[in-house]
Design a protein around this ligand. Structure first.
Ligand SMILES: O=P(O)(O)OC[C@H]1O[C@](O)(CO)[C@@H](O)[C@@H]1O
Length: 449
């Protein structure tokens, strides 16, 4: 087991020549210069680069205090947000805490149940969540950088009313925590007006790069995870990303290799995990790379599978379908818990050959067998090794992917820090909903429906 998050592309060596890596390393090093000198496209949004070492300590303390208050007075925390305003927190909590976090008893867990809402527009989901809250003390962390996103705003209106009906306006206002812009937006205005405790999404940190701000840190702290260790891990990832030469720099190597593969026609990257608790790390990663690189009719389509689960569904396509993808395995080297297979006196299920083996050994054998099978099926394999599931390594992992993403976007020739494409659906939705100011668009769209 290693002692850091690391990247290994040795199993893709039959698809990538050393001289290709040497050539690409020059582009990648230029991209790093562009990024750290803050002279490239999107340079208003590079606050995440130094966050692990240069964050607001006063606010960090307030986050920890707020988390303690929520732990003390709430059975449930609702986290309202969408995209970068929820995926990092959800990824971290699922990665770090019990697989059945909300279901284990409060005595064992010692922290509130945590539910995520405002990441869809489903009335069924909202109503069902209201049932879950029945009779429980709860608080809300409303997270929106812009403060105007429709999905979380709808959920907030519903649950704010529920909170006010239950506790009265004054106590409700002490149970609402807003994470938003420091000065602008409807949510900031509301927070100021109602006196909600507020945390800041810095101007120069975009949503998908915001997990190490209050956006991620407050819910993660409420779950009982150590946010100090998370920042330490990110600082270690930053140190290596900024200062190591190419040969020792995993983030640069990952950015280089994925651009080499793209230029060979591999336009889909499938991130694969073998631990269900990494499902939302993949979801977080998909937003990071999808919004950063998918523009100007370019980019690698970021996809994900949970294995071995999806070997029984998507496995067929990966092994044998159109050869458009490469696979990046998130390999947790040391499993958190050990389970040894027992021996049965009569071997009716035919599993006695596994007696005495750990379930993790079986999982790793499935992983290694799959990697070789997929490689034989012409799917280049990349590995991101994670020594174990703790806060430190998660911090390193977040930073590794964020840094590599900025570099990779520059090598691709796009601005990795904007997302102009996400406005189109919003324009149409507002027009169809009859939002003032969208009358002309509405007329046009109605003719097409
Ligand atoms: O935090 P906000 O402003 O509500 O945005 C949420 C998400 O919506 C997007 O702006 C896309 O519409 C993402 O980039 C962002 O993470």
């Amino acid at each position: 087991m290693g002692n850091k998050v690391s990247f290994d592309y040795s199993r893709a060596s039959s698809f990538i020549r050393d001289d290709e890596v040497t050539m690409m390393s020059k582009l990648v090093l230029d991209a790093r210069d562009l990024l750290v000198s803050k002279s490239g496209a999107g340079n208003d949004f590079l606050g995440w680069i130094d966050l692990p070492v240069d964050y607001d300590k006063e606010e960090f303390g307030r986050i920890q205090k707020a988390a303690e208050k929520i732990k003390g007075d709430s059975d449930v925390l609702l986290v309202i947000g969408i995209g970068g305003s929820y995926l990092g927190a959800r990824a971290a909590i699922e990665f770090l805490r019990h697989s059945f976090y909300n279901m284990v008893s409060k005595e064992t867990r010692k922290t509130p149940e945590i539910y995520f809402v405002g990441n869809s527009i489903s009335s069924t989901y909202i109503k069902d969540l209201m049932d879950v809250l029945d009779g429980k003390d709860f608080s809300i962390n409303m997270i929106s950088k812009s403060g105007t996103t429709t999905e979380p705003a709808i959920a907030f209106r519903v649950f704010k009313k529920m909170l006010e009906d239950k506790y009265g306006k004054e106590e409700a206002s002490r149970r609402i925590y807003c994470t938003t812009d420091k000065a602008r937006g409807a949510l900031k205005n509301l927070a100021t007006e109602e006196g909600y405790e507020s945390f800041v999404v810095p101007d120069d940190v975009g949503g998908r790069y915001s997990v190490l701000t209050a956006v991620g840190l407050l819910p993660i702290a409420v779950s009982g995870a150590d946010i100090g260790k998370l920042m330490e891990g990110a600082a270690s990832g930053r140190e290596r990303a900024l200062n190591c030469d190419f040969a020792e720099n995993d983030a640069l190597k990952y950015a280089a290799v994925r651009n080499i593969l793209l230029r060979k026609g591999k336009s889909v990257e499938i991130v694969a995990n073998y631990e269900p608790s990494l499902h939302f790390v993949s979801e977080w990663w998909k937003q990071l790379y999808g919004e950063s690189e998918g523009k100007d009719q370019k980019g690698i389509y970021p996809a994900s599978v949970d294995l071995t689960t999806d070997l029984h569904s998507m496995g067929q396509f990966i092994q044998d379908g159109a050869r458009i993808m490469y696979e990046t395995v998130l390999n947790v080297e040391g499993s958190r818990d050990e389970l040894v297979m027992g021996e049965e006196p009569v071997d009716l299920d035919g599993l006695n050959y596994l007696a005495g083996k750990t379930v993790d050994f079986i999982n790793k054998s499935a992983m290694n067998g799959t990697i070789l099978a997929h490689t034989d099926g012409n799917v280049p394999n990349l590995m991101v090794n994670i020594p174990e599931q703790n806060e430190f390594y998660l911090g390193e992992l977040f930073y590794f992917f964020e840094f590599a993403c900025g570099i990779s976007g520059y090598v691709l020739g796009v601005n990795p820090f904007d997302q102009p494409g996400v406005e189109s659906y919003k324009r149409n939705m507002f027009a169809l909903l009859g939002k003032p100011g969208y009358e002309k668009e509405r007329e046009e769209l109605m003719k097409r429906l």
